[in-house]
Design a protein around this ligand. Structure first.
Ligand code: SAM
Length: 498
């Protein structure tokens, strides 16, 4: 084919994410973040700049609400204020994107647009594309439960290739209530330079692809740490260099070297785990986002909440898109089974006595799944277990039957029979469905990150990197939140029915 006339395979060009499986969120007025910037004719360029509250929290100003009105400079995603770029054909890596003007460090370059799909659908599509023979993969992660697929619909950002020494990075911004992914410059970039970001963790690769980025610190394979990188995926065996892989990839890359990256770290000295007289369990972590030598931690403390859970443990996580999970709070409170009394015939008082021990164990082994590894140099290691369960022997009661306090499930079908109204039953079933989805997402996540965990276990490090742990925590928290929603809707409706 004549390279002059060759063009990339067809895709539909879009300028905003496309929502098919759900609607775009409608931003409620009370959720709109309004900054305190003031426009001044003497200094028009600084308006809604780096000191703007919204900019500092990676949130775009909402038109009609920003005090700077039409002068607001913090609506770059909404106004498609992209840097000039040019498509070009690379040597061996398909199409790529180069800067068509000089770009400053930190500058927003372009939004990664595509179809917003559920995580399950992303997994299904990634496998389908692979079976169909699509060698280029365009699915990236949006949040714990959703992904962006730019395979058939996308912006030109879909052409940005991977590099292990990237000049760009992805950042997540909140725009009109939705998270969106932007490509930002990590450094000054001159005209004609290829744009590239590191696909690790954000990318759903299909086949194992040999990385041809040419960087001195190249990890050898594309997105070798990404959750879409499966050990059992098909290895392409044509004459394209990218797709002939002899070895299982090494997961060690620059990402693992604390000195070379900005780390999200947990400062062990400020990791607190407390139990107070009211039996409230509280875990507080301090997280920093700085190079190791500049570490300085920020504590975010979340007060224990008065919540209810079947498992006796509720985790309350405060998350910021730019720094990940910043605090996890676990609260022991009334047993849901205890509240439902006859519906599930629980031996509440005896079980309650066991809660403090079991809850603590559940915290460290089942839900929290975090433990500091002594002597770990990078301060970024957590333990993630395969649907980890407490290893201690189950409790036995008078009838000799083991009691798995922490795995007992409320029989939702049975409980809904107690509810008088159809609406109440539907609400509970809806919440149950969401809880089930979150549970299977967690199971999928474990399958996806298994290679990384197993690789570490082979290295006898017993740990995985922070980003993997964060994704795991996010999925755990989603599951816990949906569980909470389910059980609180049951309580509310049972109380209203009685
Ligand atoms: C998001 S697409 C990037 C655009 C793609 N080059 C194209 O022609 O459409 C990701 C795909 O590009 C290829 N790719 C990106 N970076 C690469 C790299 N460093 N080495 C080898 N192939 C790369 C891989 O086939 C990957 O699945």
């Amino acid at each position: 084919m004549d390279p002059e006339t060759e063009s990339p395979p067809f895709y539909e060009h879009i300028y905003q994410n496309y929502f098919s499986y759900r609607r775009h969120k409608k931003q409620r007025e009370e959720d709109i973040a309004i900054c305190e910037c003031k426009f001044s004719f003497s200094d028009p360029d600084t308006v809604c700049g780096e000191r703007c509250w919204n900019v500092l929290t990676s949130t775009e100003c909402t038109p009609g609400y920003c005090p700077c009105g039409v002068y607001c400079k913090n609506q770059k995603f909404q106004k498609c204020e992209y840097a000039k770029t040019q498509l070009f054909k690379t040597e061996g890596r398909g199409w790529g994107l180069v800067a068509d003007e000089s770009i400053k460090a930190g500058q927003f370059i372009i939004e990664y647009c595509g179809e917003v799909i559920s995580w399950k659908e992303a997994r299904r599509r990634a496998q389908a594309y692979e079976i169909q023979g699509c060698k280029d993969a365009y699915i990236i992660s949006l949040n714990a439960s959703e992904s962006i697929d730019a395979t058939k619909k996308g912006s030109i950002a879909r052409f940005i290739n991977h590099s292990c020494q990237p000049n760009c990075e992805t950042r997540k911004w909140t725009v009109l209530g939705e998270i969106r992914v932007g490509i930002f410059a990590k450094q000054d970039i001159s005209v004609g330079t290829e744009l590239a970001y590191d696909y690790n963790f954000e990318w759903y690769g299909g086949a194992k692809v040999r990385c041809l980025c040419g960087a001195a610190n190249c990890s050898g394979f594309l997105g070798a740490k990404s959750r879409g990188f499966q050990e059992d995926t098909y290895l392409w065996e044509d004459d394209d260099d990218r797709y002939s892989v002899e070895k299982i990839p090494l997961y060690d890359s620059a990402e693992d070297e604390p000195s070379s990256k900005h780390l999200k770290t947990i400062d062990s000295s400020s990791f607190e785990y407390t139990i107070n007289a009211q039996n409230e369990y509280s875990v507080i972590m301090n997280i920093s986002m700085k190079p190791e030598h500049e570490l300085e931690s920020t504590t975010v403390v979340v007060q224990p909440l008065d919540l209810v859970s079947t498992e006796g443990v509720v985790m309350n996580a405060v998350k910021s898109e730019s720094v990940g999970i910043v605090a996890v709070n676990a609260v022991k409170s009334e047993s849901m089974e205890g509240v439902l009394l006859n519906a599930v015939k629980t031996e509440a008082s005896e079980e309650m006595k066991l809660y403090s021990h079991d809850t603590q164990q559940a915290l460290s082994q089942k839900n929290a799944l975090l433990s500091r590894i002594p002597g770990s140099s990078a301060c970024q290691n957590y333990r993630i277990g395969p649907r980890a369960m407490p290893t201690k022997r189950p409790k036995h009661y008078g009838n000799g039957k083991p009691k798995h306090l922490l795995t007992r499930q409320v029989d939702v079908k049975h409980v809904t029979q107690l509810l008088a109204s159809k609406e109440a039953r539907e609400e509970v079933f809806r919440n149950e469905e969401m809880r089930n989805d979150a549970t299977s997402q967690l199971a999928f996540l474990y399958d996806e990150i298994r290679p990384a965990i197993e690789e570490h276990e082979r290295d006898n490090q017993d740990c995985v990197a922070t980003s993997v742990a964060e994704k795991w925590i996010e999925a755990c928290c989603l599951k816990l939140r949906t569980e909470f929603d389910l059980y609180s809707s049951i309580i509310k409706n049972v109380v209203c029915s009685s």
